[in-house]
Design a protein around this ligand. Structure first.
Ligand code: SF4
Length: 155
């Protein structure tokens, strides 16, 4: 096992789920593992932390996978990325709220060829605490702490 980088089997063992379950989380848009040229997936410590958050949310908070997907879909990516009004109105991630923006096809503007795994919208909510803080901040008109850095744009 390479420290800090795990195969899908190792990551599944660490969080106590099966490999098909991790594949399902990926299909449902809850996580984006690193994809090697060989087609194999690698999971970092941050990915494992995200998986722990997903497991905790399902088991303790009794929120379904569809529910988690919907929560992630509500992260206002256009606000974090500072998308101009004309661009965001044409973007599926802004218009539809069924799935996280990184699942949207035909993304517009800066997102067209972006690596969502590296994007602040995806990385900012790698753990439950930050995700909760983000949702609370946006629903109360505030700005979450992770957006108070140089990478983020508050529109
Ligand atoms: S780059 Fe990807 S994760 Fe970031 S806002 Fe665009 S679609 Fe969402």
């Amino acid at each position: 096992m390479r420290q800090g980088s795990y195969s899908i089997g190792e990551a599944a063992d660490i969080v106590g789920v099966s490999v098909p379950t991790l594949r399902m989380y990926e299909r449902e848009g809850l996580i984006i593992p690193e994809k090697l040229q060989s087609g194999h997936r690698r999971y970092t410590e941050q990915d494992v932390e995200r998986l722990r958050c997903i497991r905790k949310t399902i088991r303790k908070e009794k929120i379904s996978i569809a529910g988690i997907r919907r929560i992630l879909a509500l992260i206002p990516c256009w606000r974090i990325k500072g998308c101009p009004a004309g661009e965001r109105n044409a973007c599926p991630a802004f218009v539809f709220h069924e799935e996280p923006c990184w699942m949207a096809s035909e993304k517009s503007w800066e997102c067209k060829n972006a690596d969502c795994r590296q994007c602040l919208v995806y990385t900012a909510c790698m753990d439950c605490g930050t995700l909760k803080e983000t949702i609370v901040a946006f629903t109360t008109g505030g700005t979450p702490a992770f957006m108070q850095c140089d990478d983020a744009v508050v529109a």
